[in-house]
Design a protein around this ligand. Structure first.
Ligand SMILES: NC(=O)c1ccc[n+]([C@@H]2O[C@H](COP(=O)([O-])OP(=O)(O)OC[C@H]3O[C@@H](n4cnc5c(N)ncnc54)[C@H](O)[C@@H]3O)[C@@H](O)[C@H]2O)c1
Ligand SMILES: [Zn+2]
Length: 383
């Protein structure tokens, strides 16, 4: 972890991917500079904004004004808010609108929204006219720290989530922390699960800092001069950028980012990918289980797992299987099926991200299905 900020200047995090490297600019109020930044990168370009209806209501006119004031021509396409827009139907609508707006090579797509819009807009940019450049303006905490880093784009297929997509890097990310002021607290908290994940997987000092400062980060304002939100987003982006730079296509180290995701995805799927359990909430639960399971295996002291779980609970994330409101889980067989359907299963072997301490995650295939089964059975039965 680098030292916390003392000023409100924008922070730049470079994602070092050779000739596909790009910058993430992080700061409060940066949306106003979007037009200038784009005009500097692609003089004379036109822009089509892809957004969702909720984000449009809050932030589209400011984004359009920022572009127009820099002389950048702009068209917009809106999709309904929510995961169901990562569909072939909305993908077709977006491609159609981008072509109708005469977006050509040299022009830009701007994805203004959360992970849904980033994944959909990025994927559309990757294929129209065999690829036009795109800029991400992430508007959720999750998208500022996770989906805007690393260039994964996708829509969902009837066979599963994110099954049709491409690795396609943006040319710029503008993360304006003020946009998060309109985000419902539940969404903010879910995004926070991915923030604390970076501390838990590789940066104990960051976890300590979050444990002391998470309230400032949620409060968001800079009146105390803490810049906690900007700092946490920058540390998170740097952490993900470093891992992605080592392993862009997720053949090795990038799997560390799945801490909490093998257990978490199974519960998210069991909840039907619904409002009952948001992705980040499932990851909070999944990380709690990963720490507990690691303690069970003697990898870390129980008190250390308990500290992590206490932090997640203090923030308001679910940490116990039984604590999820309306959590009416299927039996252990169905849960084991969901765990072994996870994409991290390689030729029938379960892959887990476990921990040797806070900030010391590692990848292992040495976990017997029976052991996981006994653990899950106990959790499903526990009060
Ligand atoms: N590409 C990647 O690497 C990657 C990584 C993680 C997640 N994802 C994807 O991201 C998606 C989840 O992203 P998400 O959590 O950002 O969800 P989301 O994009 O659906 O946004 C959540 C909700 O918040 C609303 N919203 C967004 N910004 C707002 C704002 N500033 N003010 C008020 N409301 C706002 C949206 O309209 C939506 O209703 C999933 O589809 C997931 O697969 C992709
Ligand atoms: Zn995640």
């Amino acid at each position: 972890m680098t030292a916390p900020l003392r000023s409100g200047d924008p922070i730049n995090v470079n994602v070092g991917l050779g000739n596909r490297a790009y910058d993430i600019a992080i700061g409060r109020g940066l949306l106003g500079s979007l037009g200038e930044r784009i005009a500097k990168l692609r003089p004379g370009c036109k822009v089509a904004i892809v957004t969702d209806e909720t984000v449009a209501r809050h932030h589209l006119s400011a984004a359009e004004a920022a572009l127009m004031s820099a002389g950048v021509g702009v068209a917009s396409v809106k999709v309904p808010a929510g995961e169901s827009s990562k569909s072939f139907r909305q993908f077709e609508r977006v491609c159609d609108a981008l072509l109708a707006a005469r977006i050509e090579r040299g022009d830009l797509v701007v994805a203004l929204g959360g992970g849904v819009v980033g994944d959909l807009g990025g994927f559309a940019a990757s294929v129209i006219r065999r690829g036009v450049d795109y800029v991400q303006v992430p508007t959720t905490l999750l998208s500022q720290v996770d989906s805007s880093v690393g260039g994964k784009t996708a829509i969902n297929a009837r066979q599963g989530k994110n099954l049709v997509g491409a690795f396609y890097q943006p040319i710029l990310v503008v993360a304006d922390t003020a946009l998060l002021d309109t985000l419902p607290e539940r969404e903010f908290r879910a995004g926070y699960a991915e923030v604390v994940k970076y501390g838990l997987l590789g940066d104990a000092a960051f976890f300590e800092w979050l444990d002391a400062n998470w309230r400032d980060l949620f409060a968001g304002g800079n009146s105390s001069g803490s810049f906690a939100r900007e700092h946490a987003i920058a540390v998170s982006c740097r952490a993900k950028a470093a891992i992605v730079a080592r392993d862009e296509r997720e053949t090795g180290d990038r799997m560390l980012l799945n801490l909490g995701h093998t257990f978490g995805h199974a519960f998210e799927a069991a909840a039907g990918f619904s409002d009952k359990l948001l992705h980040g909430e499932a990851i909070g639960l999944g990380m709690s289980l990963a720490f507990e399971f690691s303690a069970r295996r003697g990898l870390i002291p129980q008190v250390e797992a308990a500290r992590v779980i206490a932090h997640l609970a203090a923030v308001g994330l679910p940490t116990h299987v039984k604590a999820v409101p309306g959590g009416n889980w299927p039996g252990v067989d169905a849960m084991m099926d969901l765990i072994s359907q996870d994409k991290k299963v390689k030729r029938g072997q379960l892959t887990f991200i476990l921990v040797r301490g806070i900030g010391q995650a590692f990848i292992t295939r040495d976990v017997a299905a029976d052991e996981v089964r006994a653990f899950i059975a106990e959790k499903l039965g526990a009060r």
